[in-house]
Structure formats: structure tokens, C-alpha cells
Write a protein that binds this ligand. Structure first.
Ligand code: UD2
Length: 350
């Protein structure tokens, strides 16, 4: 009998062991599945993956039977570079089909937020900015323009098409233009956190002393979007006005840097721009605590951010030209440009 008891006991033990192994195996597989799903939902560098889950950037579904010009695989722009070394498209006139892109994005029912700051005398640029945006910026799409100003009563009345609206927020003035320009990152971060999460898909952050001249639309959409600065795109990187003091968090070392990007226009999916704004703000503030201000304030921080976090789409200088510059031959169309301004007259300090 004791022998029989021993046999029963060892069978029970063996069964428990097998069940234990089976449990661990199933539980582990479940954990793998769960963590895999999590990785897919949360893109690197983002606080949440909501927009990616919705797939705006990746599922390019065209309406069936759409007729458009046949694309060529052997003929195209040869005078400019249309792809970066990390294989992000560089958008120039002639590289995209607006009819096709609009029909793809129309089906997704996307919404776009725009931020624009008009503090102090810069309010004078707002009317032109808003009126030309109505004519050229994402025409036919849902666009919400967020104006930040210390002069809300001077915000002009501009007739906006259905689905488009203006939201005005009051911000304090400053006696340093550098601070007004740089603080935009903080306010963009807060706007995204407090008002835009779950309501907006894409955001573009633009300078107010500018106006639209030509189409700026769905071809510009991407996860993280940067615009090539018109002033330096033909130069060697050693001439780019990056922050060159290693003490600053915006430092870009000699021999580094892809392009020089504008502080006056950038954008992308909400969560990506949130991460960019949050990082630039915190680096700018950490620098300030150590008594250092980067050469071109938030533009310097944006450039060092984009050196590491490569933009998924790069917009050519067509997307931010400067009115005082003659148009170069490779620029077939100017879509958006900075107006000529008298700095001494409009800035609170020199
Ligand atoms: C460049 C950038 C700008 C910013 C700046 C460095 C471009 C075309 N422009 O322009 O984005 O990175 O360098 O800080 O890339 N603002 C006011 N009130 C003021 C001063 C500024 O509202 O008193 C706002 C306004 O929206 C303006 C923006 O800040 O468009 C940038 O200021 P800016 O245009 O004077 O800077 P700028 O020309 O040096």
C-alpha cells in the first residue's frame, strides 16, 4: 500500500509539473502578444499612438476608378533631389499628384490644426496670413486655426469656408522678441495636451509674417514634417547657422546635420509634434537656467532635434520662401513666403 501511495503521489506531482509548464508557456505567449500590440500602438518618441492606430499616415487607399495622369517611373524631376538618404520624400512641384492625394485623404475625414502667433505689432500680418490661407491652405479640408495674441480685440474678421474656424487665445506680451518666438514651443505643447488630443490628426506651426501664394495641401502630410530653409539650401553644412557652442543642448557638431530647417514652418501628426515641442521647450529652458540661449532660439533646438529624429517628409523651399529673395530656377512655384519686414519697427527689442 505504501508503494501504491507513493505511485499516486508521484503521478500527481508529475501532472502538477506538466500543468505548471503548460501554464507558463501559455502565459508567456499571451504576454508576447500583448507587448507586441503595445509596441505597434506606441510609436517611438510618442506619448500615445492614437493617430498611428487610425492609420492616417500609412493606409493610402485611393477611391476605385479614379482617373488621373499615368505616373512615370523613368521621367521626373532631375534638377533637384526628391528623396533624403533615409528615404523620406522631398516635396517639390512635379513630384506629386494633388488630385490623387486629395482623394485619398478626403476619405479619411482628417482635421488639421494650425498655430500662429501674433504678439505685439506682429498682429499687422495676421489678416494677410488668414486670407491667403483660405485661398491656398488645405482648401476643402477641416482646418482649425489657433491664433495666439496679446491683442485679441485686433484679430481681423476673415470669412472662412465651412469646416474651417478660428480660435483665439490670449498670451502675455514680452519685451524680448526672442522670448516670444521661443515660447511658442511651450504653448504648442500645452495646446496639444489640453485641447487637441483626440480631436485633431495633424498640426502645422507657422510664422505669422508670411502669406500663401500657391497650394499647400495633402502632399505635405506626414508623421514628422520639416521645411528646408530657403536661405541655406545650396550651402555646405559648415555654413548652416546651427548652434555651435557645445554648452547648449541645441549644439550640432561640425560634420553633422543634414539640412537647415526653418523654425517658421513645421508639423506632422499630433503626437510627433507634441514630442518635438516638449523636447525643444525643455532643452531651451534647461539652457536658459544655465544662462545660454541658442543662436536661433527654438529654430536651433528644432534643427538639433531633427538631426536625431529624422523627418518622415521634407518640404522643399517652395513651402517657405522669402519675399526679398529672387526665385531660384529649381523653385517652380512659391507656395508660402515670409514677407519683407522692418525688424526695428515691429520687434519690441533689437
Ligand atoms: C526665424 C524663423 C522663426 C524663428 C526665428 C528665431 C523662419 C522663416 N523664421 O525668423 O520661425 O525660428 O528665426 O527665433 O524660419 N513673433 C511675434 N511677435 C514678436 C516677435 C515674434 O508674434 O514680436 C512671432 C511671429 O509669429 C513671428 C515668429 O514669432 O512670425 C518668429 O519671429 P520673427 O519672424 O521675427 O523671426 P525671424 O524673422 O528671425
Amino acid at each position: 500500500m505504501p508503494f501504491l501511495n507513493c505511485k499516486i503521489l508521484s503521478t500527481i506531482l508529475m501532472l502538477t509539473l506538466i500543468l505548471g509548464v503548460l501554464y507558463c508557456y501559455i502565459f508567456q505567449s499571451y504576454r508576447v502578444v500583448v507587448s507586441f500590440e503595445k509596441t505597434e500602438e506606441t510609436p517611438v518618441g510618442s506619448s500615445s499612438g492614437k493617430s498611428l492606430v487610425r492609420g492616417h499616415d500609412f493606409n493610402l487607399v485611393a477611391p476605385n476608378h479614379l482617373q488621373y495622369k499615368q505616373p512615370s517611373i523613368i521621367h521626373g524631376r532631375t534638377d533637384v533631389v526628391t528623396v533624403t538618404p533615409w528615404l523620406a520624400p522631398v516635396v517639390w512641384e512635379g513630384t506629386f499628384n494633388p488630385v490623387l492625394l486629395d482623394s485619398i485623404y478626403k476619405q479619411k475625414n482628417i482635421s488639421i490644426a494650425v498655430t500662429v502667433f501674433a504678439v505685439g505689432k506682429y498682429i499687422m500680418f495676421l489678416k494677410n496670413f488668414l486670407e491667403t490661407a483660405e485661398q491656398h491652405f488645405f482648401v476643402g479640408f477641416k482646418v482649425h486655426v489657433y491664433v495666439f495674441t496679446d491683442r485679441p480685440k485686433e484679430v481681423p474678421e476673415v470669412k472662412m469656408a465651412a469646416g474651417r474656424k478660428l480660435i483665439v487665445s490670449s498670451v502675455p506680451s514680452s519685451n524680448r522678441w526672442q522670448e516670444i518666438s521661443a515660447r511658442r514651443m511651450e504653448l504648442i505643447q500645452i495646446l496639444i495636451e489640453e485641447k487637441l488630443q483626440n480631436y485633431t490628426d495633424y498640426i502645422f506651426c507657422l510664422d505669422v509674417d508670411s502669406k500663401f501664394h500657391g497650394r499647400w495641401g495633402t502632399e505635405s502630410l506626414g508623421r514628422l514634417v520639416a521645411v528646408i530653409h530657403p536661405g541655406y539650401y545650396r550651402d555646405d553644412r559648415s555654413k548652416f547657422p546651427y548652434e555651435r557652442r557645445p554648452a547648449s543642448r541645441a549644439y550640432v557638431a561640425p560634420g553633422e546635420g543634414d539640412f537647415y530647417y526653418c523654425g517658421g514652418a513645421f508639423g506632422g501628426l499630433l503626437q510627433e509634434v507634441h514630442m518635438l515641442a516638449k523636447t525643444c521647450r525643455s532643452n531651451f529652458e534647461a539652457d536658459a537656467r544655465e544662462g545660454i540661449e541658442a543662436a536661433w532660439q527654438e529654430e536651433s533646438h528644432l534643427n538639433s532635434y531633427m538631426w536625431v529624429n529624422k523627418p518622415s517628409k521634407v518640404l522643399s523651399p517652395e513651402y517657405l520662401w522669402q519675399d526679398f529673395k529672387a526665385r531660384n530656377p529649381e523653385v517652380h512655384i512659391i507656395r508660402f513666403s515670409g514677407v519683407v519686414k522692418n525688424y526695428a519697427e515691429i520687434r519690441p527689442n533689437v
